[in-house]
Design a protein around this ligand. Structure first.
Ligand code: C5P
Length: 228
């Protein structure tokens, strides 16, 4: 039977965040930020393994007690996200038809229900798909001087989130055919093969911690969840 593997690329340096250690290791409610991400994925019954890809030069991972079921660690991260995912897939030696759910380490407030929704929606799907949210706001395109150049219709626009779920064989093939630094998610590599991944409604809580200002919201969401 096909396995279901969550693959978490966590080899980024978090340069936009500007902290001395990568953001995935910042303390958040008593644990490293990425612990919350991994714990949610491990708690999803349908997921067999949670594989985290860190940089071979990572100096932080071993400082923490992760104490999570299903976890495997792969020190094979690359120069960009797509390289980290590609090398993670090679290290995992997946079967062609295993499902892989690629999830950003920094989306630490991912609700388990959203992952279960994605898995259920894709059970019979030929291509795979991703969590995403319809754009709620009016969208502006800036000109070179930071003024409004145009208002863009939000009709049919979605914000891509993760997990992004594809068969391992298809994903490896898609990533092998692209200039890795050009793509910021797995879906775009699949789209370049002419395929159409399914958009599955995500969750506003599943945002990516990118800047220091995002930490307060992540703290509040996780604390409210713990109190439930
Ligand atoms: O930089 P960005 O926020 O788009 O990174 C998305 C995910 O890819 C993060 O989980 C980050 O750690 C990971 N990444 C990686 N290897 C890199 C760059 C980013 O695993 N070289």
């Amino acid at each position: 039977m096909a396995r279901m593997i969550a693959l978490v690329p966590a080899a980024g340096s978090g340069s936009r965040f500007g902290a001395p250690s990568p953001k995935q290791y910042l303390q958040l409610n008593g644990k490293p930020l990425m612990w919350h991400t991994l714990a949610t994925l491990a708690a999803v019954d349908a997921i067999d393994e949670v594989a985290v890809v860190i940089s071979p030069q990572d100096e932080w991972f071993d400082d923490f007690d992760w104490n999570l079921p299903k976890l495997s660690i792969h020190r094979v991260g690359g120069a960009c996200r797509a390289e980290s995912v590609t090398q993670g897939l090679q290290a995992l030696a997946c079967a062609e038809d295993d499902w892989v759910l690629v999830h950003d380490a920094a989306r630490c407030c991912l609700p388990a229900a959203a992952v279960e929704r994605l898995i259920a929606a894709l059970a019979q799907h030929q291509v795979g798909g991703l969590l995403a949210l319809p754009v709620p706001d009016t969208v502006k395109r800036a000109d070179s001087e930071g003024r409004v150049g145009a208002t863009v219709s939000r009709n049919g626009l979605w914000l891509a989130q993760t997990p992004q779920m594809f068969r391992a064989g298809l994903l490896a093939k898609a990533l092998a055919g692209v200039a890795a630094e050009d793509i910021t998610d797995e879906s775009s590599a699949i789209e370049r093969l002419g395929m159409k991944p399914l958009l599955v409604e995500g969750d506003a809580q599943n945002f990516k911690v990118t800047y220091p200002r995002d930490l307060a919201l992540a703290r509040a969401i996780l604390a409210a969840r713990d109190a439930e």
